[in-house]
Write a protein that binds this ligand. Structure first.
Ligand code: M6R
Length: 606
C-alpha cells in the first residue's frame, strides 16, 4: 500500500523534486509512515528519505541546487519492515544503479530474496520492494525493459512500480499488476506525470493512460511507449482527464475531521436536491436499468470499514423497498467465502476512495456474474468507477481526514435514496418516506447544534479506558460505526454490541471503569435497550444515552436527539453524534486526529 509518483519535465520550468513532493502531499491518504524522492544526477542515483510525513521530506529537500529533469517519489504505509530510513522508498539496488518505488505486495519475496542472496546479492532493508529492485538489477544486461519483463515473470502478488536507472537518466519505466498506475501527459506543457492516483497530478488537463496488468511503460519527455508482457508495442489509448485545483483547506477549523463533520448538512441538502425529481427521488445514472431492477432477485452489498457499516445500516430499508433479500458483505471475506449459486444479483459496491484493494478484489471475483453493478464512490476517476456498470457519485468533495465522516453519511443517504429509486421502479409503496428523507438536513443541523453538550460529555468520558457502544435494530450498526470512529482517532478500545447480547457474556466486563454509550434511536426497541442499560447500571457501569427522554433511574447523562417521525433515518444524526463524541474525546486526549497512527485513508493492499 502506498502512493507512488513520477515526473518528467518537458516544456514547463517546474522542478522535478518539488513537483513530486506536491504530488506526494496529495497521495498521503495512501500512507504516511515515511516518504522519499529520487533522481539521477551526473550518472548517479540521488535520493532523499525521511521517516514521517511529506512535510519533513520537503524540509530536507528545500535548499537543494541540483539541475534535474526527472524524479520519482513515494509515500509509505509499512507492510514489510518497520518504520526506518532503510525501509523507506525509493529502494536502491545493490549496484547503486536503480531507484524504485513500489505500491503493493510481492508475495514470493522471501523465495526471491533467497535466490538473490545465493547469487551474492546484498540487502540493506527488510522490504519486499528491495527484492524486486535487486531482481531487476540482477537481470539487467543493458536493456531495462527486458529486465523488468523478466522480473514480472518471476514475481507473484499485486504491485505497481516506477523506476529510474543511471544509464537512462531522462527515462522513467513503470509497470503494474493489480494496482493502479496512470501516466498523464499535460496537454499544455507536455510534462509527464505518473501516479497511483490521477487526482495527485497538478491542476491541468491530461491525456492519460491507465496501465493494465503486466504492461511496461517507457516514458520520456517526448514519448510514451507501452509494451505488452511479450515485449510487443501496444496502442496506448489515452483518455482526457481534467484535474482542478486541490481546494482542501481547514477553513478555520482545528482539524479536517471537524470541518468535514460540519459539512454534512449542506452535503445532504445538495444530494437530496440533485436526486429530487417529480416529488420523488431518482437516479438518472440508472435510467436505462429498469429491466435489470425488475429482474433483480438478490442485492449484494460489498464494502469495508465505514462503507460496510453504511451497508449494514441501510440493509433493512433496502429490503423493505425492494422486497428482495439484501446481503451485506465484508469485502475482505467475500472472495474466500463459499457463495451459493444466485441468479439475477445486483451488486452495490461502496467505497469512498474507489481504490480499496479488498473491495476491488471482491468485486472482481464475481464481476461477470452480476446483472448490474453500481459503485457508490467519492472519486470519479477511481479504479472502481471505471470497472462497475454504473457509478453514483457521493458528491462529498475531497474528504481529507482518514476517519470517514461526510463520505460515510453520503453513502448512507444515497443507499436510502437508491431504495426509493428501486421501489419506484418496482412499484412498491414508499410515499411516507419521501418527506422524512427530505428532513435529513434538519436532523443533521439539530445534532450539530448540540455540539457543545456532546463535547462536554466527551471531555468527561475521555478518562475511561474502555468503551461499549450499544443499541438494537439499526442502532446496532450505528454503534459499530461509532466504536470504529473512537478506535481510529483516540486509540481507545471500543466494542459495539447489540444491547440484547450484553447479558450473554460481555456484561462480565462491566465495572466502574467501563463506559457504555447507548443509542436509543429506535422507538420499538428502546424499552428493551433501557432494560439492558439498567443491568449495566446495577453493576456500577457508567452509561451515556443518546436519545429522547430522560432516564434518571439509569443515568443523568442523556443527550436529547431529534425525532424525525420514523426510526429508519435516525441513523444519520445518531452516527454524526458518534462522530462528534469521538472527535472531542480524541481532541481532549491530544491525539493526532486527521492522520491517526498506523492508518491510511485508502487501503490499497489486501
Ligand atoms: O475508501 P473506502 O470507503 O473503500 O474505505 C474503506 C475503509 O477503509 C474506510 O471506511 C475506513 O474504515 C475509514 N477510515 C473509517 O473511518
Amino acid at each position: 500500500m502506498c502512493g507512488i509518483y513520477g515526473y518528467i519535465q518537458s516544456k514547463s520550468n517546474k522542478k522535478p523534486l518539488e513537483t513530486c513532493l506536491d504530488g506526494l502531499q496529495k497521495l498521503q491518504y495512501r500512507g504516511y509512515d515515511s516518504a522519499g524522492v529520487a533522481s539521477i544526477h551526473k550518472g548517479t542515483v540521488l535520493s532523499f528519505k525521511t521517516v514521517g510525513k511529506v512535510d519533513l521530506l520537503s524540509a530536507l529537500v528545500k535548499d537543494h541546487k541540483y539541475e534535474l529533469n526527472t524524479a520519482i517519489a513515494h509515500t509509505r504505509w509499512a507492510t514489510h519492515g518497520g518504520l526506518s530510513a532503510e525501509n523507506t522508498h525509493p529502494q536502491i539496488d545493490y549496484k547503486k544503479s536503480i531507484a524504485l518505488v513500489h505500491n503493493g505486495i510481492i508475495e514470493n519475496y522471501l523465495e526471491l530474496k533467497e535466490f538473490l542472496l545465493s547469487k551474492g546479492v546484498a540487502f540493506t532493508s527488510e522490504t519486499d520492494t528491495e527484492v524486486i529492485t535487486n531482481l531487476i538489477a540482477y537481470l539487467y544486461k543493458g536493456d531495462l525493459k527486458k529486465a523488468i519483463a523478466e522480473a514480472f515473470k518471476r514475481v507473484q502478488g499485486s504491485f505497481a512500480i516506477v523506476l529510474i536507472h543511471k544509464d537512462s537518466p531522462e527515462t522513467i519505466f513503470a509497470g503494474a499488476r493489480g494496482c493502479p498506475l496512470a501516466v498523464g501527459i499535460c496537454d499544455t506543457s507536455k510534462d509527464v506525470y505518473i501516479s497511483s492516483d490521477t487526482s495527485s497530478f497538478s491542476e491541468s488537463s491530461y491525456s492519460t493512460y491507465f496501465m493494465k496488468n503486466d504492461e511496461i511503460a517507457e516514458i520520456t519527455s517526448t514519448a510514451l511507449t507501452i509494451y505488452a508482457s511479450d515485449g510487443k508495442v501496444k496502442k496506448n489509448d489515452l483518455s482526457t482527464i481534467i484535474i482542478s485545483k486541490d481546494e482542501a483547506s481547514k477553513d478555520g477549523y482545528d482539524h479536517y475531521m471537524h470541518k468535514e463533520i460540519h459539512e454534512q448538512s449542506s452535503l445532504s441538502a445538495r444530494i437530496l436536491k440533485k436526486r429530487m425529481l417529480l416529488n420523488t427521488f431518482s437516479f438518472k445514472e440508472l435510467e436505462n436499468d429498469n429491466t435489470f431492477i425488475e429482474q433483480m432477485e438478490h442485492i449484494d452489498v460489498i464494502a469495508c470499514g465505514s462503507s460496510y457499516h453504511a451497508g449494514l445500516i441501510a440493509k433493512e430499508f433496502l429490503e423493505e423497498m425492494t422486497l428482495t433479500p439484501v446481503t451485506i458483505h465484508l469485502a475482505s471475506e467475500y472472495r474466500y467465502a463459499k457463495h451459493l449459486e444466485k441468479k439475477n444479483t445486483v451488486a452495490i459496491i461502496i467505497s469512498q476512495s474507489g481504490e480499496t484493494a479488498d473491495t476491488l478484489a471482491a468485486f472482481r471475483c464475481k464481476k461477470e456474474s452480476f446483472l448490474l453493478s453500481i459503485a457508490l464512490c467519492n472519486n470519479d476517476t477511481s479504479t472502481l468507477t471505471r470497472e462497475t456498470h454504473r457509478f453514483i457519485p457521493l458528491m462529498a468533495k475531497k474528504e481529507v481526514s482518514v476517519c470517514s465522516t461526510k463520505a460515510f453519511t453520503s453513502q448512507l443517504l444515497n443507499l436510502y435514496l437508491l431504495g426509493i429509486h428501486f421501489s419506484n421502479v418496482l412499484k412498491i409503496e414508499n410515499k411516507s418516506y419521501i418527506e422524512e428523507l427530505s428532513n435529513i438536513p434538519l436532523a443533521i443541523d439539530d445534532v450539530l447544534s448540540k455540539e457543545e453538550i456532546i463535547k462536554k460529555y466527551a471531555e468527561t468520558y475521555a478518562c475511561y479506558p474502555y468503551f461499549f457502544f450499544t443499541g438494537r435494530g439499526n442502532m446496532y450498526p450505528v454503534s459499530m460505526e461509532a466504536a470504529l470512529k473512537l478506535k481510529e482517532i483516540s486509540y481507545l478500545p471500543a466494542e459495539a454490541l447489540p444491547a440484547g447480547e450484553m447479558k450473554h457474556g460481555p456484561i462480565a466486563l462491566i465495572d466502574e471503569n467501563l463506559a457504555t454509550i447507548a443509542f436509543l434511536g429506535t422507538e420499538k426497541t428502546a424499552p428493551k435497550t433501557l432494560s439492558n442499560l439498567s443491568e449495566i447500571k446495577a453493576r456500577d457501569g457508567k452509561v451515556l444515552i443518546f436519545g429522547g427522554d430522560t432516564h434518571p433511574e439509569i443515568t443523568q447523562d442523556v443527550i436529547a436527539m431529534y425525532k424525525n417521525g420514523n426510526d429508519t433515518f435516525a441513523s444519520i444524526p445518531y452516527c454524526i453524534a458518534g462522530q462528534i463524541f469521538s472527535y472531542f474525546i480524541a481532541k481532549k486526549l491530544g491525539k493526532e486526529i486527521d492522520f491517526p497512527r498506523n492508518l491510511a485513508k485508502s487501503v490499497t493492499v489486501e
